[in-house]
Ligand binder design. Structure first.
Ligand SMILES: Nc1nc2c(ncn2[C@@H]2O[C@H](COP(=O)(O)OP(=O)(O)OP(=O)(O)O)[C@@H](O)[C@H]2O)c(=O)[nH]1
Ligand SMILES: [Mg+2]
Length: 282
């Protein structure tokens, strides 16, 4: 046998165990994931948060065309390489990105909880997915910028309802705080592993159930959520969840505020009288 065929046989054998992507990065399975959704919803920020554990704040640089980054994650001993494609949300690039849907294993469809039009456009995005992607593609609806409170216009129930209607997985994330970002990508990696290793009688893996189970197990007793803890990755700080509302206390605070305002008003009127009297005497 020639040296070349020895090499190729060795290479084929290796590929069964782990595919060599570069001299330093080995993996067992590979998955193509795409981030899609309107411009400005935070697709690039989600990718950067997952890949580099950073947040791109400040001026917004819209993606041109399409870009990708790789990350190898460990799913219970299996190295899954996620090839994450970050698409441009702007309409003018739509024809470019359609071509990439076909061989995607998972699509993360993102809207911004503070932008109603990005949520309203989700139905149109789903239409495109059904037209261009594979039938068994994993679809995850993501409500990003969950850290925003005052400008929020889309509630978590709205996202849940829409996801239920289309039978797709759902979660809210924040690229800013990191909330649920790892969980979204890990659920995709886990789905791929389960598909590849599933035996005929094994139950089907459900991304939605996995997400719900992880969110439940990450809920701590003090009423806060812990982020997904990845195998071998860093632990994030708990996210702050405001305490439940207390209508009685709120009413008392309002009464006190009104009393205070009355007092201030009376003092002000008294002072105005004094000034007026002073002016008249003068
Ligand atoms: N508060 C908050 N702002 C965010 C979050 N994610 C992204 N942003 C901001 O939203 C803006 C747009 O983010 P990008 O990630 O560039 O948006 P995009 O979806 O990639 O947009 P296109 O590339 O045009 O499709 C930036 O100014 C970010 O700083 C988030 O989770 N919370
Ligand atoms: Mg972008």
């Amino acid at each position: 046998m020639s040296e070349t065929s020895d090499y190729l046989n060795g290479y084929r054998h290796d590929r069964k165990q782990a595919v060599r992507q570069s001299s330093t990065e080995l993996f067992d399975l590979q998955s193509k994931v795409m981030l899609i959704g309107d411009s400005g919803v935070g697709k690039t920020c989600l990718l950067v948060r997952f890949k580099d554990r950073a947040f791109l704040s400040g001026s917004f640089i819209s993606t041109v065309g399409i870009d990708f980054r790789n990350k190898v994650v460990d799913v219970e001993g299996t190295r899954v390489k996620l090839q994450i494609w970050d698409t441009a949300g702007q309409e003018r690039f739509r024809s470019v990105t359609h071509a990439y849907y076909r061989d995607a294993h998972a699509l993360l469809l993102v809207y911004d909880v503070s932008c109603k039009s990005s949520f309203d456009n989700i139905r149109a995005w789903l239409g495109e997915i059904y037209e261009y992607a594979q039938e068994d593609v994993v679809i995850m609806l993501i409500g990003n910028k969950a850290d925003i409170t005052t400008e929020r216009v889309i509630g978590i129930e709205d996202g849940e309802r829409l996801a239920k209607e289309y039978n797709v997985a759902f979660m809210e994330t924040s690229a800013k705080t990191g909330m649920n970002v790892d969980l979204a990508f890990m659920a995709v990696a886990k789905d791929l592993k389960m598909k590849k290793t599933r035996k005929p009688n094994d139950p089907l893996f459900s991304v939605s159930e996995y997400i719900d189970m992880k969110k439940e197990s990450n809920k701590c007793k003090a009423g806060c959520y812990l982020n997904e803890v990845l195998e071998g990755s860093e632990l994030h700080l708990p996210q702050y969840v405001p305490p439940p509302r207390n209508p009685e206390l709120e009413a008392r605070i309002e009464r006190l505020k009104a009393q205070q305002a009355n007092r201030e008003y009376r003092d002000m009127v008294k002072n105005v009288d004094k000034v007026e009297v002073g002016i008249m005497l003068f």
